[in-house]
Structure formats: C-alpha cells, structure tokens
Write a protein of this length. Structure first.
Length: 135
C-alpha cells in the first residue's frame, strides 16, 4: 500500500516541482524587467527548494515501500562475505547436539556452489576407502 501511494505522491510532487521551476523563471524575468522586487523571487525559490525536498522524500518512500512488499512476500537478504560458503538455516543453527556440537546438515539443506565440489570430494574419499578394503 505504501509503495503505490508513494508512486502517486511522487508523480504529483514532480508536477509541483516543474510548475514551481516555471514560476521562478517567470519571476526572474519579471525581476529583471523591474516588475517585482527581489523578495518575491527569493520566496518562490524557497518554495521550489522545499518542493524539491518533498519530492526526494517521496522518491525515497518508493524504495522503502518496495522493501516492505518484498519482506511481506517472504523475501530477505543474505550477505555472503566469503565466496560460495554454504548457509545454515536459522532453525538448525539454533539447535545443539547433546555434546554441544553443531548439528550435521541434512541433505538438500546446503546452498552454494561449493556443494558439487564437496560431493565430488566425498565420492573420491569413498572410492579410496573401498580400494583400501579390497587390497
């Protein structure tokens, strides 16, 4: 809801800013022609700056609204600081085994590109163990 309202508000604010800029241009021309005094020009420029500030706030609300929509739909962010390390689900990270060690991950819970490499390494180890037993 905030996202849609922010878009509408931004549209109206952009129109207000455009009209205020036009008013400042006209006022400057009138000032140069001696029709109005400098105080009126300064007042219009102050109004323009305030409208531009309000427009910037409305544009920021669009981004915040998008974030709210994304979170409401179940999205989230995971920042990876070191390459393709696997991530552990929060529910597993909170669990501890009886000896206080971290629980082992079940298959299919890991994520990251390193899984295929680890799987290949595990197969190599299993093959080496099998070869040793057969010798």
């Amino acid at each position: 809801m905030t996202f849609l309202k922010a878009q509408e508000r931004t549209k109206f604010q952009a129109e207000s800013v455009a009209k205020a800029q036009k008013a400042v241009e006209i006022a400057l021309a009138q000032y140069k022609g001696g029709i109005i005094d400098l105080t009126r020009v300064i007042q219009l420029e102050t109004t323009l700056v305030q409208l531009q500030d309000t427009l910037a706030l409305a544009q920021g609300e669009i981004g915040l609204g998008l974030i709210q929509v994304y979170r409401a739909l179940g999205g989230g962010w995971q920042i990876r600081l070191t390459g393709c390390e696997p991530t552990i689900l929060t529910s597993q990270a909170d669990q501890k085994t009886e000896d206080g060690a971290e629980p082992k991950q079940k298959s299919g819970i890991r994520s990251g590109y390193g899984d295929a490499q680890r799987h290949g390494e595990q197969e190599q180890e299993t093959t080496k163990e099998t070869e040793k037993k057969t010798e």
